[in-house]
Design a binder for this molecule. Structure first.
Ligand code: GDP
Ligand code: MN
Length: 382
């Protein structure tokens, strides 16, 4: 379960990590009032469940309460990676001299939490991880005793943290590890860990992901869940009775049966594409379900083409074809759709598709390759 920055900072503060005070606003008026109470220049920070807010314009400054109000007006309602900003954190602006990175995540290989630290913190940490991974120092935590101060000092020294931030950073890292373990987190991160002009070290940003399987004992944090904010499409899908999981690619995928849909995801990946979602229409679906599924998948702005893979049985090919044809009229013009039908009613279904001018694949591989090629073609055209 994801939580917001202000909630992550609330948890971190309980473990002794220095953070700026701050309050959440839902309107520009509220932001102005908070800024006036704080009585100093502020940062207005979008509270959405994605990173990279700075680059997206979701972090803005206001030197006066009036400017804070304007900044909040710009950030509230803004869309960041498909999420709409409903709340902003209003917090005193700090004079940052240097930015470091501290993170803890679960490492599947060692089956232990692993600490990651870097002196190259800030908004480009992903690029650092990709291009100069040697700048990120990693060290597993022994769950028998957690992270101890001498280990934290050692890791930070190896990462090149300067002496003037070493002690404070080590104390923060130890606290971060304690928070990670005690809150059943799968990720805790401070980026940037800021070194300020007045010589303080503090968490200027905080991110915590709580393991869903730990929520039964993390009762307070469980009440912070905002499923609608965390994943609006999955939330809508559930309301509409669709078995849908959002993924990160651009190939929309619909099939019948969880096994077949997963195989389709693999096949698309093997064909060089990236699945945008998992959607299982289940058994015996009629044209309406197909129609609803297609229009739903197309709502994801990342989707650039859709692959429908149906193994006919109690689900009939003609019904699938009818549903696709119905949906096609409402989908964005030029959005490629490839259908693969086999089994009951496949012949009849393909005849309907042909009449409607729709493309199909002779088998799953052929259909995967076709949709990936069609998307590449449209992207080239743009
Ligand atoms: P993210 O982009 O979602 O990770 O949001 P952050 O909270 O990490 O903010 C992004 C960047 O904005 C930081 O790396 C800082 O450079 C800058 N920033 C955020 N808060 C402050 C602040 O209080 N003072 C200054 N000077 N810069 C800030
Ligand atoms: Mn950050």
């Amino acid at each position: 379960m994801k939580i917001h920055e202000y909630q992550a900072k609330d948890i971190l503060a309980r473990y002794g990590v220095p953070v700026q005070p701050g309050k959440v606003a839902q309107t520009p008026d509220e932001a102005e009032t908070i800024a006036r109470e704080l009585g100093e220049p502020v940062v207005i920070k979008a509270q959405v469940y994605v990173g990279g807010r700075g680059k997206a314009g979701g972090i803005q400054f206001g030197d006066t309460p009036e400017e804070a109000r304007d900044a909040a007006a710009r950030v509230l309602g803004m869309g960041i990676k498909g999420l709409i900003v409903e709340k902003v954190l209003v917090t005193p602006k700090v004079d940052i001299k240097e930015e470091y990175y501290l993170g803890i995540t679960l490492d599947r290989k060692t089956q232990a939490p692993v600490v990651m630290v870097s002196v190259a913190g800030g908004i480009d940490i992903e690029e650092v991880a990709e291009k100069t991974p040697e700048k990120i120092i990693k060290q597993p935590i022994d769950m028998r005793w957690g992270l101890r101060t001498f280990e934290a000092l050692d890791i930070l020294t190896r990462a090149g943290f300067p002496s003037y931030v070493l002690r404070q950073s080590a104390a923060i890292l130890v606290s971060l590890a304690k928070a990670f373990i005690e809150s059943d987190a799968s990720l805790t991160e401070i980026n940037p860990l800021a070194y300020t002009a007045d010589g303080k070290v503090l968490a200027a940003d905080g991110k915590i992901v709580i393991d869903d399987n730990g929520l039964f004992r993390q009762k307070e944090y469980a009440t912070w869940a905002e499923p609608e904010e965390a994943n609006p499409l999955e939330y809508e899908a559930k309301k509409e009775g669709l078995t849908y999981v959002k993924l990160d690619g651009n190939v929309g995928i619909i099939g019948n049966g969880a096994g077949l849909v997963m195989t389709t995801l693999d096949m698309v990946a093997r064909s060089g594409g990236k699945p945008a979602n998992f959607l299982d229409i289940g058994g015996g679906a009629k044209a309406e379900v197909m129609y609803k599924s297609l229009t739903f998948v197309a709502r994801d702005p990342q989707v650039k083409g859709i692959l429908v893979n149906i193994f006919g049985g109690i689900t009939r090919g003609e019904e699938v074809a009818k549903g696709v044809i119905m949906a096609q009229k409402e989908l964005p013009a030029g959005l490629p759709i490839v259908v693969r039908l086999s089994g009951t009613g496949a012949e009849e279904g393909r005849a309907l598709l042909k009449d409607a001018g729709l493309d199909w694949g002779t088998n799953m591989r052929d259909a995967s390759e076709k949709i990936v090629a069609a998307i590449a073609q449209t992207e080239k055209g743009q």
